[in-house]
Design a binder for this molecule. Sequence first.
Ligand code: SF4
Length: 290
Amino acid sequence: MIQEICSKTVLTGHNGAFPTLWDMNPYRGCTIGCKYCFAQYSHVYLGLPDFFKDIVVKTNVAEQLHRELKKKSWAKEQIKLGGISDIYQHAEKKYALLPLVFDVLKKAKNPVFIQTKSILIYRDMEIIKELAKVTTVDISASISTFDEKIRKIIEPGAASTLARMEMLRDFKAFCRKTVVAFMPIIPLISDDDLNLDTAFRLTKEFDLETIIAYPLHVRNTTKKSFLDLIQTKFPEVYPDFVKLYRTPNLDESYSKNLFRKIELLRRKYHLYDAYEPIQKAKDIEQLRLF
Ligand code: SF4
């Protein structure tokens, strides 16, 4: 079900949340359908039952953004597009809200952080390129597994993992930072040595700037539905998987071991970079004067 609304505000502030202080979500709910999605809880506040199917479209997102960026109090901080929904999910094909949003951002020269698992973003490549000429554009794609059979189960509406990496490589030409968010790494499902190595190897081969890597953390209703998925689709690992998530946090010794492997891969591929958000466009403009 699609529900169109006119939103009274579109920018959402955070207290030091990664990676930016501000998010904007043209859509609520997400048809990319990642089974581990932490944002599913957010639909409860909207009174909508199905995060993956009941999609809210903020049809006035560009106009409202324009209004909010014009406020005297706005300090041109970097805005993350998407946070609790993917901006290039299926509805964007029909509504085409993003070109309008990019146009507003370009006129305001406002820095932006784009995050997507969809290659629909290629449709807007030229306008994003134009935006990147006047302000900072960072881009990220999160990935989990290079095994397409598994990917289709856990992220059914996303582009293939390789296609996401290729997208980052193609956008790198004009974006400030390209961030591979290798997360979640799913214990016993996508934590094998080949999968881990492939993520770091391709980050290096594609000359991408940054890779951050974290294991899966699942809580509340997502935990229950994700455990059900593991039981149904990956019954062979289910008993061990349940042991790893016995407490609200992932098993500590598993985590330590995984982070050791990640550290070894960082050394192997010389990938130590960490993401540093740009918070104020005027800082960038000042830097450009030198
Ligand atoms: S793309 Fe992001 S918001 Fe959408 S379902 Fe996947 S994790 Fe959730």
